[in-house]
Design a protein. Structure first.
Length: 510
């Protein structure tokens, strides 16, 4: 195997391409939360039962989380630009179907289709950035913007969802995706020029596709079911056992097949593995917080949907500042672990403040500073994580490496919502039982106090999870400070251990 210098010049339209890639990423991320605020209205309009309403969220999560690895591999096989455009068009059509839904089956089906096409375009978007931005300083800026959107898009979804639901109706939380998708697809078609020679044309690993999809679907559904049926439910336990068996079989299959869906070299590298694991844990904490703060502000404090959305603005501002002004500026000066570790700790401090929540807590005195710290910490950590997750892989593996980032986020979000909500519900029930005397005098007050007690109990767990994420980032990730020179896809070994300036090796394998 010979190695030659990578003398490919940067794409002159790369910054224009970034705008359309960022727009598509915003659409996918905000869609994960925009429907949450509209769900009660959609449930009433379509006559969806309380038992079935979870499928509006679950259908999307199952399809998206289960097919992300497949989507990443398709991007490597078809080409990232083509996969990106197809994903956008399909997402727009699925959104139109959801907005026009006349019954619950039509709505559930549209959400599943959104997940399928989201699994195509999300890894294609990130891998396009990875192969288009080859200069380390430019790469830092590009991933700073991408990281801010990935971190803050969920909160943007809460604002937009509240505004559309309150001023128009719930159907517009679906229809709003259509102009996003059309603009991003048209821009991508005319602007993006994917570098040649970066496709992986090996045959598709069908056993890997089936095992990974079934394993991830079982895992996501297990956590989702635990939220409603409990951890001791037979089907919940069965889903976790099935997921373990399927994912273990997947790992064994990938170690033996000629052209694996997920080359183990992608995840066994300590830097990328550390990113996937720490990012997944951080998202567990963050998605749980979105849920608790939304309920606290609307149910306990009586905020309207629009006011609730705007109440999340400090977190968005913190994420954008942390990602573009701290992470992007320092990424080329310090190792990634020195941004990710402290970033997650700052977010943990913000989360720690929220353990002091009470029914009458001051927004300006407690919630606002907590959100700022959370946003700054997450934004600072997300930026280098997004960049490092695809660094050092061969160009032909960039799609599946990108899919792993999205997989860790999607699975983390599903786990966070189910795990922390279950903890909160148990804590609330225990509090209500031990304060039965108060309930006899003022049942409404006991209900609110129990709810807030449950939230703070679960938030303590979120603090611990963020501390663990910080420890993993500092322990596993040892990639050195990137230089300002060109960045390549790497030689394929993925081994950056002990290399202080790993980005200084602009070589590709032939």
């Amino acid at each position: 195997m010979s190695k030659t210098a990578d003398i490919r010049l940067p794409d002159p339209s790369r910054w224009k391409a970034l705008a359309f890639i960022a727009l598509a990423q915003l659409m996918v991320v905000l869609d994960a939360t925009i429907v949450n605020i509209a769900l009660p209205h959609a449930q009433t309009a379509l006559g969806i039962s309380d038992a079935n309403k979870q499928w509006v969220i679950t259908a999307y999560a199952l399809a998206f989380g289960g097919l992300l690895l497949f989507g990443g591999r398709i991007a490597d096989l078809w080409g990232r630009k083509r996969t990106f455009v197809v994903g956008l068009i399909g997402f727009a059509l699925a959104s139109a179907l959801g907005g026009a839904a006349q019954n619950q089956g039509m709505l559930f089906g549209s959400r599943a289709l959104q997940g399928v096409f989201g699994a195509l375009l999300a890894p294609a978007a990130l891998s396009l950035l990875a192969v288009m931005f080859t200069d380390a300083r430019e790469r830092a800026k590009a991933f700073g913007i991408y990281g801010a959107i990935a971190g803050g898009g969920g909160a943007v979804g809460l604002i937009l969802g509240g505004f559309l639901t309150q001023t128009l109706n719930w159907r517009w939380t679906f229809f709003v995706n259509i102009p996003f998708a059309i603009i991003a697809a048209a821009g991508a078609y005319f602007v993006i020029r994917e570098p040649s020679g970066s496709r992986n044309r090996a045959s598709l690993d069908i056993p890997g596709v089936v095992l990974s999809a079934l394993g991830l679907v079982s895992l996501v559904y297990g956590f989702t079911r635990a939220e409603s049926a409990g951890w001791s439910d037979g089907l919940t336990i069965g889903m976790f056992v099935a997921s373990g068996v399927l994912l273990l079989s997947f790992a064994l299959t990938e170690s033996r097949v000629k052209s694996p869906l997920l080359p183990l070299r992608v995840v066994l590298d300590r830097n990328r593995g550390g990113v996937y694991l720490s990012l997944g844990l951080a998202v567990i904490a963050m998605f749980g917080l979105f849920l608790f703060l939304t309920y606290y502000l609307q149910v306990v404090r009586g905020y309207s949907p629009i006011r609730t959305g705007f109440a999340f603005l400090p977190m968005i501002a913190g994420m954008i500042t942390g990602s573009t002004q701290i992470g992007a500026r320092l990424m080329t000066r310090v190792p990634a672990r020195k941004l990710m570790g402290p970033g997650f700790l700052v977010a943990a401090v913000g989360m720690l403040l929220l353990t002091q929540l009470e029914i009458g807590s001051s927004y300006a005195g407690l919630i606002l500073p907590a959100q700022l710290l959370l946003g700054l910490g997450m934004g600072t950590a997300f930026m280098p994580a997004m960049s490092l997750a695809t660094h050092g892989v061969e160009p032909r593996d960039s799609g599946v490496a990108s899919a792993m980032v999205n997989t860790s986020q999607q699975v983390g979000g599903a786990i966070g919502t189910a795990l922390l909500n279950t903890i909160a519900a148990s804590a609330a029930t225990a509090y209500a039982s031990s304060h039965a005397a108060l309930g006899a005098k003022n049942p409404e007050l006991l209900k609110l106090q129990s709810m807030v007690h449950g939230f703070t109990g679960a938030i303590w767990w979120a603090v611990g999870i963020l501390v663990v994420a910080s420890a993993i980032a500092v322990t596993f990730i040892n990639a050195g400070r990137p230089s300002a020179g060109p960045v390549s896809g790497g030689s394929g070994s993925g081994d950056t251990e002990g290399v202080e300036d790993e980005f200084k090796i602009p070589v590709v394998a032939h």
